[in-house]
Design a protein around this ligand. Structure first.
Ligand SMILES: [Ca+2]
Ligand SMILES: [Ca+2]
Ligand SMILES: [Ca+2]
Length: 301
């Protein structure tokens, strides 16, 4: 079974890598697909040309015309007028101020995916641990107190390889010592509790910090084993501060109820579209590879 899954992941990697070249990306080409018609309209008899009406200019190709930007006061030559990583039209859509860096969609600078409504929409009814099942579209409270739509992370590709990032979901509990050790390891601590993890999975830290992979920590239980709150994410972030890692609160414990394995910490993989890529079988860990999903990140992603 494990070999089959490995082959499955390997077979996916090539087409996904190739697809990444054409896929919408976060850093400036998201709307290229939408603006191609106006950009290459010279050779085409477009409706506008037939009726003699010129295409409205959109210098920065952010989706807002120069005229609209003049009215709004945003920069017609910058997709992101205030430099907070969020394009002007995204901020208008989400109700933040495109001219104020401190008013931004996510305090944590998480990505924003303007195409998320077009993705396969997972629900709690349709999701599952089987390969290919979509993770539910849900907003979770993060360590900064923002509700984060998990689908905003989909198909994110600003890493050096320009391939969309896979996900490793980490289900941790506040009371769980090994969970805290893993969080320390990822952020870069080398001590007696973390060095063995680094030896087993030497490339994973760098893959997280170069955005090759999204490491997403779900706090699914508080110190007493009950439902977690914002305070748990905040204290987790204070202790294990790593700005690359969203710390999400499983307030309703639905993530735990649907996805917890046989022990904490528990890890599974999702592809860039948030479809289950690998879910470890019960008792799948070994001394050589106690966290098989982390092992796959190390060897394959
Ligand atoms: Ca514009
Ligand atoms: Ca603009
Ligand atoms: Ca902005």
């Amino acid at each position: 079974m494990k070999i089959n899954r490995l082959l499955f992941i390997s077979s996916l990697l090539v087409p996904l890598s190739l697809a990444g070249c054409d896929r919408d990306t976060y850093d400036g080409s998201v709307n290229e697909g939408d603006t191609t018609d106006s950009g290459d309209g010279d050779g085409d008899d477009t409706t506008e040309e037939e009726t003699g009406e010129p295409e409205p200019l959109d210098n920065d190709e952010d989706g807002l015309t120069n005229e609209e930007e003049a009215e709004l006061g945003t920069d017609p030559d910058k997709k992101d007028s205030d430099g907070d990583n969020y394009w002007d039209p995204w901020e208008l859509a989400e109700g933040t101020d495109p001219l104020d860096y401190d008013s931004r969609i996510y305090t944590g600078f998480w990505p924003y995916n303007p195409n998320k409504d077009e993705m396969l929409q997972g629900t709690w009814e349709t999701t599952g641990k089987q390969v290919g099942k979509p993770f539910p579209r849900q907003s979770f409270l993060d360590q900064h107190g923002d509700y984060v739509d998990i689908y905003d992370f989909a198909n994110f590709s600003v890493n050096e390889a320009m391939t969309p990032a896979f996900f490793i979901f980490d289900l941790s509990a506040q009371w769980c010592g090994p969970c805290h050790n893993v969080a320390n390891w990822i952020k870069g601590v080398d001590d007696a509790n973390t060095s063995w993890i680094q030896e087993l999975y030497p490339t994973v830290r760098d893959k997280v910090h170069s955005l090759r992979i999204w490491w997403v920590t779900f706090i699914v239980q508080d110190q007493a084993g009950g439902a977690p709150t914002l305070a748990d994410a905040q204290s987790w972030f204070m202790v294990h501060k790593d700005n690359y890692i969203p710390v999400l609160v499983d307030e309703t414990q639905q993530v735990q109820d649907r996805f917890l394995g046989s022990a904490f910490p528990h890890f599974f993989l999702l592809d860039p579209d948030l479809l289950i890529e690998y879910f470890p079988p019960p008792g799948g860990g070994t001394n050589e590879n106690p966290y098989p999903a982390v092992g796959l990140v190390d060897t394959l992603l």
